[in-house]
Write a protein that binds this ligand. Sequence first.
Ligand code: MOS
Length: 765
Amino acid sequence: LGVVGAGVVVSALPSRSGAATRPGAQARTAGEGLVGAPLPRIEGPLKVRGAAPYAAEFTFAGMVYAALAFSTIAKGRIISIDTGAAEAAPGFVHVMTHVNAPRMRPMMPWASSEKAAGNDAWPIMQDDRVRWNGQPIAVVLAETQEQADHAASLISATYEEEPATTSFAQAKANGTETAVLGGQPVHIEIGDAEAALAAAAVSVDATFHTPYQNHNAIEPHAVTVAWHGNELEVHDASQSVVHNAWSLAQILGIEEHQVHVTSPYVGGSFGGKFMGMHQVLAAASSRLSGRPVRLTLSRAGVYRLVGGRALTEQRLALGAGRDGRFVALIHTGTSTHTPDSPHPELAQFVSYSSYATGTLKIDLQWAHLDMVANAAMRAPGEAVGSFALESAVDEVAVALGMDPIELRIRNEPQADPLTGLPFSSRNIVEAWRAGAKRFGWERRNPTPRAVRQGDWLIGMGCGAGSHMYARESGGAARLTLTKHGTATIDIAAHDAGMGTATVLTQITADQLALRLDQVRLRAADSALPGVVPGIGSSQTTTAAATIIAAQRKAVAELLKLLRRDSPLAGLTADEVTPRDGGLAKTDDPARHESYSSILTRARRDELVVEATGGNPTESEQYSMYSYAAVFCEVRVNAVTGEIRVSRLLGSMDCGRVVNARTAAGQFRGGMVMAIGLALTEETLYDERTARIMNPSLSEYHVPVHADVPEIDVIWTGIPDPQAPLGARGIGELSMNGTAAAIANAVHNATGTRVRRLPITLDQLL
Ligand code: MOS
């Protein structure tokens, strides 16, 4: 998803502070001012040359290849597994089933412990129970991948089937329960929203449907493992190396320090690459066979084991006065769930803080199915919730005959509508105005089905998105400064393609006033400091806070090492600033000594400091979100119903942008994924058996180049005074609002309001 959009222009709005990078700005590569520069990825050349090792490219002497066999029923008991034919197959080495698997503890789901990162609490291959259709029932090891795949295909099992809940309708009929998040039921009522809705001058009250979706990172999940005595070496494709090392230790019954997980390069994660079953299966089968193991999930294996976005049915009701002010907002609904899943598809979350409204009603119900636990998937909840909310806002605008952007601006809250907390920084109005101007919104004809070129109906639509700011409390980093004037920053953060490695190097160089080539980042290794999962668009803020803290600590230590004849002698930390590869008196830059000189004259080879980022108290004192205003133009063929997104613009308000190039890539990536959400992606379950019917890229359609237009992105660049470096999260932001912008453009083009994703041509004919 990171390769789309060749030839598009990276651009930014002039900001109040002037901090944003303007088109054509020269990339600065030295010292202060690096933050914001559109630097290319530092690992880009390695990746292009194929020299960046991914999890399935590490090798060990004597390594064997794994393939999985999957259950073919949704619920029941395994009576027998026939492995005879597999064992007789060429290259066969070993087979593990629940019969011979080592005893292991169950998976630890997210939030059950600080470093837990699983999607369920199920035991892995520990008993004869079948819990979902596609559960791994055997791991076959062979000398080559092809031999392993072939041998696994020869495994057969007999089952004692039990009645299973395999459809959403059946699950609802069984009875739902109120979802729980953080120990709290998801149910909020402010005022009498139903009465306010009934009395509203204008209202919409509609049901929206969004489908199951699966993860489809370019790199399927993979892991290469080797045991060295009781020590386990793991090369993973992960967005949570520290969590995974801890989790594997828990499950396997060894100590955390006995597991070493690295994940230097990852081909996309999006919430799908936390702790999974495949790492456990690889480690256990390696232990049993005495051979290092590489387990690469097939594309179908990713679907069967990893899960994805849960299905939602949402009621979105919005009541407004003639003046457009919202008097009632009701966002309730049901999503599918498995008993231990820590990932409620909280579509309703988007309605907590988006608009000022007289009354509010929120409720999420869970319907339990016998299926693989769902996973977090880029902007969980918000992506599908913003589709419903922003479609409904558009419907109200049509009913009022009001411009949808003006309607949104009319309902801007002055403080967080739910908590009453002040916003740290909210400039969505500015983002709307700038986006509208750049997109040519004034050329939009508000009358549906009014613009036609030949057979093509043309429409414009917009949608808002938001993403909650997050910073992890486990952030820590180690900074090493050498007498050669170079620095190394060690932090167990992850780069799954987002540009994190580049951005953290950039921040470190900026903080120390070093050149980029003087700074080395070591990351994505469980032996490094910090608990910094690549989650919730929080990595950059979490890491930035620790890098800032480490720099402060290093400055304090450097001042202690100064010789009496140093130009800086006698100065305190408050009086100096990093400058030109060293420190300078803030108001007299001529008083300067380089790191190299300070350390050399103190007869030190290096200075090492460790620092933590501390607790993120800012998000307790302020309502903090990043904001997106998304504009879309579609062309819909009046004869065939074919839908083409012809233009997309994202206008962001996300605080300071740390790297204009990688940020633009993130924004475009989210919008591409949202085209999939709006128009093409749907995991199809056979409702009789709960088996996924389209577990491949040939039948599950992700947007390809032909589906993706030029995507323009701009941002306000206004720093957030409460966030480290002024930067809020950006990774998941543009996933939100885009699907509604597309749906609203489809309505403007055709006059048809589609409330069921994906919007397929049959719904328009
Ligand atoms: Mo994410 S869905 O927090 O990787």
